[in-house]
Design a protein around this ligand. Structure first.
Ligand code: NDP
Length: 451
């Protein structure tokens, strides 16, 4: 009977949200794993159309972003903000600037964010936004022009008690600075808590930059520990070389593991002696260059080019794999190769980097899988800590924030682990995360009535 209700909701979601494959994938992944929790309250959920409301965003804002490039030519992009579910607190979630951005990707990310934010235990609802603007190869002036135009519209819909955006792919400290400046100018008010990921000079939090990557490794350490495995001496490969990837690599090394490969959208570098992270930071954070440039400083490393639909990095054998680039990086074929190579654990730093078939295959083969909505929640959790510091007009030291982050990640792992055990799917942290988060969001939605 319960399955029937879930299937009905999946069917109606497909009809109501056509041509949105990423969103449907995210909904399916969550809805099919929460059956035991739905069963407990089925009557109530059906009567209040709880699942139907859960998969429908509270609001989607889509807008034109005109801006002028360095040649004086007007360019037009499309901007989005999806305010998916504000039950637990103000909408909270990053902004992504990437040419692949569309409504389906925005909705999938916002939907995931609802559950992720619930797992942090902090008072934040779920949202996400962005634009199909490509910041690559743009001058600082063009980035500023775009960010200002984007904020001219976005400012109508955000606020520290309404919706608090942050960074994501293509949106780092530079973009947040331009966005915050324009917000402040238009509103003539210093509302520091309206954006997170701010610079340290103007209301940012220590550890925010490191938080997603560090948090991923805290979660990974807890998951391995619960399975009597030590992280010490393990080899690690990390897809991506952006914010999440770099700080996951840093924490992995601090924990005694050896990072041997990293990538970008063109290809990957393999350094059997261990990646020199200072070189990666210089290339990616300062020069905004390509990962291939690593060979200019470390000529003994190897570089492998990606082909269409094929990420070279997953041919490299490692104990731990951290996909930290983008969604649907790992499909079934890739998952089979990874299992054959003897990997013991996967930690999703990115959102939905493994597709559903790959997730199911890993679980079937007993690979430990840290799901993104739990394992990469350290970023948003630290954003919420940034909001707290802004409200207090005070700041905590690096050690204070880092220790709060570590405790939050330990709690998140424990919640996933306990839910997995309670609902008879031990070691399935994917289901554990969905079940624990669903219970919290569903209880809040029921308490707040039909809205
Ligand atoms: P960045 O923009 O800093 O870095 C993204 C990295 O992924 C780059 O190395 C980029 O390579 C690579 N990449 C992007 N798209 C593709 C693609 N289609 N194929 C191959 N590689 C690609 O982003 P973040 O590190 O902030 O985000 C990475 C992931 O983590 C995303 O899924 C994001 O949603 C998720 N995440 C981020 C959080 C944060 O705090 N930043 C919080 C939680 C999740 P290239 O430079 O060549 O494009």
């Amino acid at each position: 009977m319960t399955l029937e209700y879930i299937e009905e909701v999946l069917k109606s979601t497909k009809i109501n949200h056509p041509d949105e494959p990423e969103f449907l994938q995210a909904v399916k992944e969550v809805i099919t794993t929460i059956e035991p929790a739905v069963k407990e309250n089925e009557e109530k959920y059906k009567k209040t159309a709880l699942l139907e409301r859960l998969v429908e965003p509270e609001r989607i804002i889509s807008f034109r972003v005109p801006w002028v490039d360095d040649k004086g030519q007007v360019q037009v992009n499309r901007g989005y903000r999806v305010q998916f579910n504000g039950t637990i607190g103000p909408y909270k979630g990053g902004l992504r600037f990437h040419p692949t951005v569309n409504q389906s990707i925005m909705k999938f990310l916002a939907f995931e964010q609802v559950f992720k934010n619930a797992l942090t235990g902090l008072p934040i609802g779920g949202g996400k936004g962005g634009s199909d603007f490509n910041p690559k190869d743009k001058s600082d002036n063009e980035i500023m022009s775009f960010c200002q135009s984007f904020m001219n519209e976005l400012q109508k819909h955000i606020g520290q008690d309404i919706d608090v955006p942050a960074g994501d792919i293509g949106v780092g400290a530079r973009e947040i600075g331009f966005l915050f400046g324009q917000f402040r100018r238009i509103r003539n008010s210093y509302e520091a808590g309206v954006l997170t990921g701010k610079g340290l000079e103007y209301g940012g939090s220590l550890v925010r930059k490191e938080a997603t990557g560090y948090g991923l490794m805290y979660f990974m350490r807890e998951m391995l520990k619960a399975n009597n495995i030590s992280i010490q001496g393990k080899t690690v490969i990390i897809s991506g070389s952006g914010n999440v990837a770099i700080y996951a690599a840093e924490k992995a090394s601090q924990m005694g593991a050896k990072v041997i490969a990293m990538s970008d959208s063109n290809g990957c570098i393999y350094d059997e002696n261990g990646i020199n992270l200072d070189v990666i930071k210089r290339i990616k954070e300062v020069e905004r260059g390509r990962i291939k440039d690593y060979l200019l400083t470390c000529p003994d490393a190897k570089y492998y080019e990606n082909n269409a639909g094929y990420q070279a990095i997953y041919n490299i054998k490692a104990d731990i794999i951290l996909p930290c680039a983008t969604q649907n990086d790992i499909n079934l074929e890739c998952a089979k190769r990874i299992v054959e190579q003897g990997t013991i654990a996967i930690g999703e730093g990115a959102n939905m980097p493994c597709n559903i078939e790959a997730v199911n295959y890993f679980l079937e083969k007993g690979i430990l899988l840290a799901p993104g909505k739990a394992a990469n929640a350290g970023g948003v959790a630290t954003s919420a800590l940034e909001m707290s510091q802004n409200s207090m007009r005070y700041f905590w030291s690096f050690e204070e924030v880092d220790s709060k982050l570590e405790n939050i990640m330990i709690n998140i792992f424990n919640m996933c682990n306990e839910a997995a055990q309670k609902y008879n799917c031990p070691k399935n942290y994917v289901a554990g995360a969905n079940l624990a988060a669903f219970r919290k969001v569903a209880d809040g939605m029921l308490a707040q009535g039909i809205i």
